[in-house]
Ligand binder design. Structure first.
Ligand SMILES: C[S@@+](CC[C@H](N)C(=O)[O-])C[C@H]1O[C@@H](n2cnc3c(N)ncnc32)[C@H](O)[C@@H]1O
Length: 495
């Protein structure tokens, strides 16, 4: 049985032409470890079954809210509301301020107002994330800058739309953060349909069949859209987006955003038709099973940053973790390591090599997972540390091959050791703390899980590198002994 609030939501959803067969699925509280409220199958569902559908007019976006037309298209642009999430945030603030007069009132009531995302953490909790890739990506200052420079400016410029006395209650920084966090953890990115019209207008394209291939959408991918001034976007996300034509929009999709996710458990996907969005099963689901969406099997650092939770699955041998975890290695660690070994490089023009690398499309952050060392990381290391590789790369106009010799491996070992030292605690200390995970405050628990995931990856690679270097030193000794005319075997015989 759904809770009273969830039942009110379902009634609202159906009253606005949302389609859901509540004899087949219903809302249920699964407890925090499974994402809290979610959708459950009440009977066995076959593959390709439409679990529910949402009319486009019920999707909340800058196209369906009537706020943009009240402000006017040119003013909307002038205030920069056509870029980033500010426009959608302002629409959500304004719609929520309308209370029952807004079509989405019941939807707003159904959404959480408290979030466990680090952008809202106190400094003492944030210090638990030191060394992880979360810290540099919070974007809190950008967010607050956007609030002051965009949202508040528009709100103050249009007092007939945003009454001055309503500002503290409906347009405060706190409310701005709530809407930002709702977008960060619940929005979808949709392709803008040609000739798409606003609410109340019809689209006569409706006899089109479902085109799953060109119509699948992804949860939590709002960050991939062109949001130059997006308050919650990281600078890398903004850079990536700048080249993209704005053919997508970030939207809130009632009910689709009620679905939880867990590493590789996805059993439905959202597809779109001209008039509606459909959540369709991607495999048979048994009665009693939760309906899981995917958030992209993200590393715990990203899950925590965007959604405020972490994912722990059984890794075997008594360990749990997130197989999708990664560690980010910044290029400056490579430079520092090279200069430590080759101080003569200190004055060399390494800038030129780095600029060349970036212009050739290389990145200045390398992503290390549980698999092999990243090829671009090896290639970059060789380009910077080796004069002949640098000359070759320039003349051939392509980066060095990612081949590994002993010298490169030693630098890489140094980089990973340096990266490991950025965390104030060791992996052993963290594993010990994790033996009593549930006793920790929630934010500390999440931070610990993120740290452990990253450190395990570093430790595994350092282990492998250590073994490889030992083997190469062993083979070097044998070679030297051959050259000296001595023999390891003889020595052995003597013993
Ligand atoms: C898109 S919403 C999902 C629906 C949400 N349970 C609700 O009641 O509205 C995303 C949020 O659900 C929660 N969540 C989803 N999957 C989770 C999981 N596997 N473990 C813990 N929390 C999860 C996180 O709080 C996340 O911010």
């Amino acid at each position: 049985m759904p809770s009273t609030e969830d039942q009110a939501f379902l009634d609202w959803f159906k009253a606005h032409n949302g389609k859901i067969d509540t004899d087949s699925v219903t809302l249920k509280d699964f407890g925090a470890s499974e994402g809290g409220r979610g959708l459950v199958a009440l009977r066995d569902l076959p593959e390709n079954y439409d679990v529910f559908s949402i009319p486009r007019s019920l999707v909340l976006s800058t196209r369906t809210s009537s706020l943009p037309s009240k402000i006017g298209a040119s003013k909307w642009r002038e205030y920069g509301l056509h870029k980033g999430w500010s426009g959608l945030i302002l629409c959500m603030l304004w719609e929520a301020a309308q209370g029952p007069a807004s079509k989405w009132n019941t939807y707003f009531v159904s959404m959480p107002s408290k979030f466990d995302v680090p952008i809202l953490w106190e400094d003492r909790d944030l210090s638990e994330l030191q060394g992880t890739s979360v810290v540099d990506k919070l974007g809190k200052e950008n967010a607050e800058h956007d609030y002051n420079e965009k949202i508040l400016r528009v709100v103050k410029a249009f007092p007939h739309i945003f009454p001055t006395e309503a500002i503290p209650q409906h347009y405060s920084l706190e409310k701005f953060h709530i809407m930002g966090c709702r977008i960060m953890s619940r929005s979808f990115t949709l392709e803008i349909q040609e000739g798409e019209e606003g609410e109340g207008q019809s689209n006569d394209n409706d006899e089109n069949e479902i085109q799953p291939d060109d119509g699948n959408t992804s949860m939590g991918s709002a960050m991939d859209v062109d949001h130059e001034d997006d308050p919650k976007q990281t600078s890398e996300e903004q850079d990536e987006d700048e080249d993209e034509e704005d053919e997508t929009e970030v939207v809130m999709v009632p009910l689709a955003d009620f679905l939880n996710a867990r590493y590789q458990t996805e059993n439905v996907k959202l597809f779109y038709e001209p008039q509606s969005l459909k959540m369709v099963t991607t495999r048979p689901i048994q009665a009693g099973e939760q309906i899981w969406n995917t958030y992209g099997d993200l590393p715990n650092a990203e899950l925590l940053r965007r959604f405020g939770h972490t994912d722990l699955v059984d890794l075997g041998s008594g360990k749990t973790g997130n197989p999708g975890d990664v560690v980010e290695l910044r290029a400056d660690l490579v430079l520092q390591s090279i200069i430590e070994v080759h101080p003569e490089f200190e004055n060399a023009n390494l800038e030129e090599r780095i600029d060349w690398w970036l212009e050739a499309g290389g990145d200045d952050v390398f992503v290390l997972d549980y698999d092999e060392l990243p090829q671009d990381f090896i290639s970059f290391t060789r380009l910077v540390m080796n004069d002949s590789e640098w000359q070759k790369a320039r003349s051939k106009e392509r980066p060095p091959k990612p081949t590994i010799d002993k010298e490169t491996l030693e630098i890489i070992q140094r980089v990973l050791t340096k990266r490991t030292s950025l965390y104030p605690t060791t992996l052993n200390e963290d594993e010990e703390l994790a033996s009593n995970l549930e006793a920790l405050p929630l934010n500390h628990k999440h931070a610990l899980i993120v740290r452990i995931g990253e450190k395990r990856i570093l430790a595994e690679h350092l282990d492998k590198i250590g073994t490889m270097l030992k083997a190469s030193i062993g083979s070097g000794d044998r070679k030297r002994r051959r050259e000296d005319g001595t023999s390891g075997n003889k020595k052995k015989q003597k013993q």
